[in-house]
Design a protein around this ligand. Structure first.
Ligand code: GLP
Length: 268
């Protein structure tokens, strides 16, 4: 894993935005894996600003989101489709017909959505870069602790902790779903590159387990230790529990100088 610790959430979003932009400059038709959640809002703001400044185009890009709630419709403002439109898609030049989420429309069998979604991703050529956040309990997508490390896109029940963590985003009279359809852990691991963003002290414990703990289904993000190309962008607060902090900083410096000389990142 390449661990990069930055001063604050703003710097995390700026570097995340730069990495996405670099990829699209080289491969304008790259397939992006996208995530929702509070952490990613700053990333989308950065990418929208870069798009407005003419630094990046999404015209030829296809995107697949990690997850979507089950039990609310796409036009519900709480759906992840609505989030993606509001925060990102409506402000860039992506063709929204090329934006996909594991949505279950009225009359569809949710159990069958997963395999269809996996096929769509394969048909698009697979995900070049998957953006991820991390839950306070170490989840990625909605793969909660105890999810199979070999799981594929499917229906998942949210844990009480995730339900409560996300309840801040729902007002009293809004229905908060307890189910979601999420890419599986193996689906996420198929991405050719992974970019995980984590900010704030409430992520420090999960980040510590992901990076330095054992690989275990009880911390789904720990599987990323087995992926050959993962970049983890952290702010100081989210990095607060890392024991090997000095080594990550030292590696980052070395890597920057290698990049200056040879033009690409050499760490993972
Ligand atoms: C949500 C999403 C995840 C996200 C995580 C963290 O429930 N399903 O994809 O990474 O929880 O969200 P936040 O960035 O709001 O802390």
């Amino acid at each position: 894993m390449e661990i990069i610790i930055l001063k604050n959430a703003e710097d995390v979003a700026a570097m995340g935005g730069e990495l996405v932009t670099e990829l699209l400059r080289v491969s304008p038709a790259a397939v992006l894996g996208l995530a929702t959640g509070g952490t990613q809002l700053a990333l989308y703001r950065t990418l929208v600003a870069k798009h407005r400044a003419g630094e990046v185009s999404f015209r030829d890009t296809t995107s697949f989101n990690l997850d979507e709630y089950l039990g609310i419709t796409a036009d519900n403002p709480q759906s992840y489709r609505a989030y993606m439109k509001r925060e990102f898609f409506d402000h860039i030049d992506i063709d929204q017909r090329n934006t996909f989420l594991p949505e279950c429309v009225e009359g569809q069998n949710p159990v069958l959505v997963g395999s269809g979604y996996e096929q769509q991703i394969r048909d698009a050529g697979g995900i070049a870069l998957q953006v991820l956040g991390i839950g306070g309990n170490g989840h990625i997508g909605f793969n909660e602790p105890s999810s199979s490390l070999n799981s594929r896109t499917r229906v998942k029940t949210l844990t009480r902790q995730t339900f409560e963590d996300n309840s801040r985003l729902f007002s009293g009279n809004e229905l908060q779903p307890t189910l979601a359809i999420t890419m599986g852990i193996a689906s996420i691991m198929d991405a050719r590159r992974i970019l995980l963003l984590a900010t704030g002290e409430n992520k420090a414990e999960a980040v510590g387990k992901m990076v330095e703990g054992p690989v275990t289904a009880m911390c789904p993000a720990s599987i990323l230790q087995m992926h050959e190309r993962v970049t983890v962008l952290l702010d100081e607060a989210a990095a607060g529990r890392l024991k090997n902090r000095d080594y990550y900083d030292w590696t980052h410096l070395q890597n920057e100088s290698l990049k200056d000389r040879f033009g690409r990142s050499h760490e993972s």
